[in-house]
Design a protein around this ligand. Structure first.
Ligand code: RB5
Length: 146
């Protein structure tokens, strides 16, 4: 499995930790930056990962900023993206089982290494449950005018 990953400056340290965690699990990452703690704008980096997943190049991606919010808002502009803001293991599991999240957004400023590891592991191991959740996903769209 190959996973594209990106962060802004506030998520940079967490991104480096996540890359090490995934590497130890035999998962390859493609790092779209940023490459330091120097201030950048999160949409510039969210776009790389969101596009790669939206166009089918990769099945899943990871985005990290300070709160995870900006990355999540930006990624969800893309029609095939279901980006989930996740801050604990249970949210990680449900975002996959119920929402079939294809981008994991993490609040880098609020998670330590152990939390990042448990969230990552759970998110990657959890499977979409289908059924009523597929029906709901099918309804996610821009409402049409009558
Ligand atoms: C950067 O200071 C911060 O605003 C950004 O990382 C993120 O939290 C935005 O949603």
């Amino acid at each position: 499995m190959i996973i594209p990953i990106a962060s802004d400056h506030a998520g940079f340290e967490a991104k480096e930790i996540v890359k090490r965690i995934l590497d130890k699990q035999g998962i390859t990452t493609i790092d779209y930056g940023t490459s330091s703690s120097e201030s950048v704008d999160y949409p510039d980096f969210a776009t790389y990962v969101a596009q790669a997943v939206n166009n089918g190049e990769h099945d899943m991606g990871i985005l990290i900023c300070g709160t995870g919010q900006g990355m999540c808002i930006t990624a969800n502009k893309y029609p095939k993206i279901r980006a989930a803001l996740v801050w604990n293991e249970e949210m990680a599991r449900i975002s996959r089982e119920h929402n079939k999240a294809n981008i994991l957004c993490l609040p880098g400023r609020y998670l330590n290494e152990d939390e990042l590891r448990s969230i990552m592991t759970t998110w990657l191991q959890s499977e979409f449950e289908g059924g009523r959740h597929q029906r709901r996903i099918n309804k996610i769209d821009i409402p049409k005018k009558d």
